[in-house]
Design a binder for this molecule. Structure first.
Ligand code: NDP
Ligand code: PMR
Length: 398
């Protein structure tokens, strides 16, 4: 395997040739090597088709449904425009990257964060211990492993009367040691069901709300990862992401009359996670192709760095959890703290320099953002369309 260090970045090793298959290490692996023996819409609504008339920034400001979220106002004595607080939904904001992002945004005083979480009490405790002040956040219940819950969340959010300026799809589960698949409420394999299908439905429903916002820069961000990209060293650690011909996804990922894996193969929890990240990155690009021009919404994905200390690795074996942070800090040098990663995602939410749509952002060793290259599969236009079409059937949109 010819490896080539690329673009200043330890986290961006590139591999010129893709597509070599490799053995699966599953739960029997530590760092992907066998230490294991010992340790073992088409969105056809008129709202969207009316091509953002109300988004024309020509002085006509949309009426707001809530007094607490006024539109752009002229407040300062100099007559300069003062922007209202942005309203951002962050899924999975009860820990790790989501929590750090909520904190980074709330601290600016410019954002109200809707923490969309499955465990209300945990989220409340997390917000408090992170020191996020009350007026800067709201917690709303969302369980991405249930499509009913996703729909209920959207209803509740709309009823709250808050505008939606930015949506961040961040929540995820990673089940590397699972021997058998587990399933969402609707019977989809849990990793793809949560990380991709739950977010897919949420994003499709909330697109209408994003499009109604009068905020100057509306954004939809789906967190991706290096491990779903086989043009990197990290993406070549087995088991590698591979969606194949989507036969398992098309069959409903239920492990009964279809495989629980997207490509139709045997269940592998680590691969299911990586496949779900490929779906996340393909979905972002498909949103961009379908809606960016008409709506002006920025669609983006990112790899925030290896945040080796988060709860994402809670299901991994204890030795992995012990060694993974120093391995990433001192060997790969891809490690990033939760705080730093939160700042990175917060940049993608709010930095005026990061408005470009259809981009997969990464950061170099000096923590400067750059547009990264996705792998061949994660940028495959035809596959993105197919994932979209099959996913909308599975979540009941088609
Ligand atoms: P964490 O486990 O710390 O955070 C994941 C969050 O997702 C938690 O808040 C968790 O809730 C939530 N979540 C899980 N299942 C559901 C569900 N069914 N409904 C609603 N929320 C749910 O992991 P990270 O912060 O590391 O992961 C955040 C994102 O970053 C993920 O998309 C991951 O793929 C990505 N990422 C992480 C990297 C890393 O090195 N850690 C690297 C690259 C990308 P609860 O607190 O209740 O468990
Ligand atoms: Mg990795 C530059 C090298 C690099 C980077 C940036 C990561 C990130 N990893 C790198 C290299 C390696 N990893 C190498 C050489 C190995 C083999 C020794 C290795 C192993 C490894 C394992 C077993 N790495 C892992 C695992 C996991 O279980 C994590 C995973 O795949 O989660 C899906 C993981 C990760 N490595 C990363 C990152 C960011 C992760 C986890 C999170 C994610 O992608 O979302």
């Amino acid at each position: 395997m010819a490896l080539q260090a690329a673009a200043l970045v330890p986290s961006a090793f590139t591999i010129p040739k893709e597509g070599k298959s490799s053995a699966s290490f599953k739960d029997s692996s530590l760092f992907g090597v066998s230490f294991s023996e010992h340790v073992k819409a088409d969105f056809n609504s008129s709202a969207l088709r009316c091509k953002r008339e109300y988004n024309q920034r020509n002085g006509a400001v949309r009426a707001q449904t809530t007094a607490s979220a006024p539109s752009v106002t002229r407040a300062s004595p100099e007559g300069k425009k003062t922007l209202r607080k942005g309203s951002v939904i962050v899924t999975g904001a009860s820990s790790g990257l989501g929590l750090a992002t909520a904190k980074a945004l709330a601290e600016t005083g410019k954002w109200h964060v809707i923490m969309a979480c499955r465990d209300f009490l945990k989220a409340e405790r997390a917000a408090k211990s992170a020191g996020i002040t009350k007026e800067n956040y709201t917690i709303m219940h969302l369980d991405l492993a249930s499509l009913d819950s996703v729909r209920q969340f959207v209803d509740n959010f709309r009823r709250s009367g808050q505008p939606l300026d930015v949506l961040v799809c961040n929540a995820a589960v990673y089940l590397p040691t699972a021997k058998e698949p587990t399933f969402t409420a609707e019977g989809f394999e849990l990793s793809v069901g949560t990380n991709h299908l739950g977010h897919f439905l949420l994003s499709r429903l909330l697109l209408e709300d994003l499009n109604k916002s009068d905020y100057p820069s509306r954004r939809h961000i789906i967190v991706g990862s290096i491990t779903g990209n086989t043009n990197t060293l990290a993406g070549n650690v087995p088991p590698k992401a591979n969606l194949g011909d989507l036969r398992g996804l098309a069959g409903g990922l239920n492990g009964l009359n279809s495989s629980a894996m997207i490509d139709g193969g045997d269940f592998d929890g680590a691969k299911a996670y990586k496949d779900s990240k490929v779906c996340n990155m393909l979905t972002m690009q498909e949103f961009h192709r379908r809606y960016h021009e008409d709506t002006g919404i920025t669609f983006a994905s990112l790899y925030p760095g290896c945040i080796a200390t988060t709860g994402l690795f809670r299901e991994h074996i204890p030795l992995f959890r012990l060694l993974f942070p120093p391995f990433q800090k001192y060997i790969t040098k891809g490690f990033v703290s939760e705080e730093e990663a939160g700042k990175r995602l917060a940049q993608v939410v709010s930095e005026p320099s990061l408005t470009k749509s259809g981009v997969y952002w990464s950061w170099n060793k000096d923590s400067a953002s750059f547009e990264n290259q996705l792998s061949q599969e994660a940028s495959d236009v035809e596959k993105a369309r197919k994932v979209w079409d099959v996913s909308e059937k599975l979540v009941g949109l088609a």
